[in-house]
Design a protein around this ligand. Structure first.
Ligand code: NAD
Ligand code: ZN
Length: 342
């Protein structure tokens, strides 16, 4: 099934329930980019194709790796007509999108997301880019791929930790937009979605719809798209400083944000404990050892800061996120209180 999504910066074809290999392989002038894990587990997919393989992991999201890939494209004599196909998790789609934006001032690209997180989040919305040292996603562009191929058969090889990472984002959508989804997740668990193809397909589709809708309305992130940062402000700092995975760090960040909303009197109901129970059900942590001062110094360099304030996403209730400008002093207070309670 093909669905066309029209973003301000361009339209994207979404192929759901597809066999990506059948649609993409065997075409002239195509170069695939993937990482070594995906290559190792899905070698058949790439048989006979031109492939650039990057090391697996976040370290590949670097300017050096962009240069490396561009160099290989030159060696392969890739032209402006070459189609770049990013097959992998968010690291691969972020870097492939960025390379496609800059190689010869821009070539076409498509994504085949192979992690749950990449399917429902990273591959959608046109943001791409690489890190600059500790500064995540500091260099990049907003540019849509031509198409995204959702082929859930790739997920059969996903390790448990990557399922959890994906579920952190699923739970994020439920918290900020979709109370019914939150309640459904409370009745199910990871095994249900791994074993039921139908349940997994509809879960992916529902989360993709939420991300599409948000980005279509606010591609440049001046308003509504900021809601997607729920759990990510503190989450990114925790991820960087304490080497938790993205999903684990966002999980902790979401509980902190829910708690912050309660402390500020913005939440109409007790959300943090119910959220913590759900995160635990999906194999995610709800707290970690951190030092408030270390987190604060990183938060003060966040892209969303302005003066002494930072935009923070809180929950009015489950299923309804809200953007609030909070002084750093308030966040510091709540973080140190949370630090000493847990
Ligand atoms: N552009 C955006 O809007 C956006 C949004 C969210 C996240 N991101 C970025 O996405 C990245 C995280 O994405 P991710 O969690 O997919 O990380 P990832 O790409 O590192 O993938 C996680 C791990 O799973 C492996 N893997 C991938 N597909 C697999 C498969 N089918 N079977 C087995 N193993 C597989 C990878 O090799 C890697 O080891 C971060 O860099 C983050 O900044 C971008
Ligand atoms: Zn995220």
């Amino acid at each position: 099934m093909m669905q066309e999504v029209v973003f301000p910066s361009g339209k994207v074809e979404y192929y759901f329930g597809c066999k990506a290999g059948e649609l993409l392989r065997g075409k002239a002038n195509t170069v695939f980019v993937t990482d070594e894990n995906v290559m190792g587990l899905h070698a058949d997919f790439f048989a006979g194709e031109r492939v650039i393989v990057v090391p697996a992991g976040e370290d590949s999201k670097s300017v050096a790796e962009v240069e490396n890939i561009c160099q290989k494209l030159v060696e392969m004599e890739a032209t402006r007509e070459t189609l770049l196909v990013g097959v992998g998790g968010g690291v691969v789609t972020d870097i492939a999108g960025f390379v496609a934006a800059v190689y010869m001032r821009g070539i076409d690209c498509v994504f085949v997301p192979t992690t749950l997180l990449a399917m429902i989040d990273a591959s959608i919305g046109g943001k791409n880019g690489v890190n600059l040292g500790l500064h995540k996603n500091m260099t990049g562009t907003i540019r849509q791929p031509q198409a995204i191929y959702f082929d859930i058969s790739f997920l059969q090889t996903l390790p448990d930790e990557e399922w959890s990472n994906g579920f952190a984002e699923v739970i994020k959508y439920a918290c900020i937009f979709d109370r019914a989804l939150f309640e459904k997740l409370e009745k199910r668990d990871t095994t249900h979605f791994i074993t039921s193809r139908t349940a997994l397909k509809s879960l992916v589709q529902r989360c993709v719809d939420w991300k599409n809708k948000t980005v279509v309305n606010d591609e440049k992130e001046t308003g509504e798209r900021k809601l997607l940062n729920f759990g990510h402000t503190t989450g990114h700092a925790i991820e960087t400083l304490y080497h938790l995975s993205h999903g684990q760090a966002v999980a902790v960040g979401m509980v902190i944000a829910a708690y912050l909303g309660e402390q500020q009197g913005i939440s109409k109901e007790q959300v943090s404990s119910r959220l913590a129970t759900l995160l635990t059900r999906y194999g995610l942590p709800t707290t970690t050892q951190y030092k408030t001062q270390e987190l604060m110094s990183l938060l003060r360099t966040d892209k969303k800061r302005s003066g002494d304030d930072i935009q923070y996403i809180l929950l009015e209730e489950i299923g309804r996120g809200i953007i609030k400008r909070l002084p750093f002093a308030t966040i510091e207070e709540v973080l140190s209180e949370y630090e000493s309670n847990y």
